[in-house]
Write a new protein. Sequence first.
Length: 262
Amino acid sequence: MSPRFTPLETAVLDALAWELRDLAPDLAGQFAESLPGQRRNTGSGLLTELIVDRTRPEPMTTPTGRFGTTHAMVGDLPDPVAFQVELRAGRLLYLFGDSYGQDTRDIDFATVPFDQVFTIDAAGESVAFDPVALMPPSPLLDLHRYPEPEPVTPDRPLVNAGPLQRLQEPLPSAPQLSLDALFGLTEPSKDKGVETSSSQPLSNTLKSWVIIGLALLAATVMFRLPLGFLGFFAVYGLVNLFRRPALMRELGRMLAGLARTR
């Protein structure tokens, strides 16, 4: 609606467009593209000329006459004022206000306060005009009307023991399979259910190394392998021996036991 219309004219024209939507479906469009012409206080109401854009397409329907049952309480008048539009072949011409004989000569319809805009139904009952309530339903409006609820935090964590959950759980880490672990020089992982090497006597590790050393010496002699081959494993074993304080302590206990038996 053009801002050149007064608040009263805008309110009643909107109500008339909704009331006459079946009789003149394009009435709201004519209101939106019209300009006010001559205005007059008739002494018992008002008259406003409406100049519609002549380039608009022809109206969808062609009623002629005055139409509408829109009313509003205006100023200090004790009774409502009735409003109608005049159409000619479906084209908007005038807005009329009828005060039912109440004196309106001292009313400035451009600034007068008003309220209670309503229409009259077929049974003669008044129906309040509420533009917001008459808007078509919209999913976006529903989203704004109902705020998103706060997420509910359970008292205890949810546990899903189904097959899908078991497939999603990470697999337990495999024990270390390096050369040091094979020869007992490193301790396996201390995860639950995995026995550590501390439960095995470290002397078994030393005995294993002695057996391995003797086997390498025998292989070197039998197959005439270079002494560097045997030296490599000897150096490797000594380095790992000095890296393990526990093995050094065990070796010390073994040597002390041999000294006592002499």
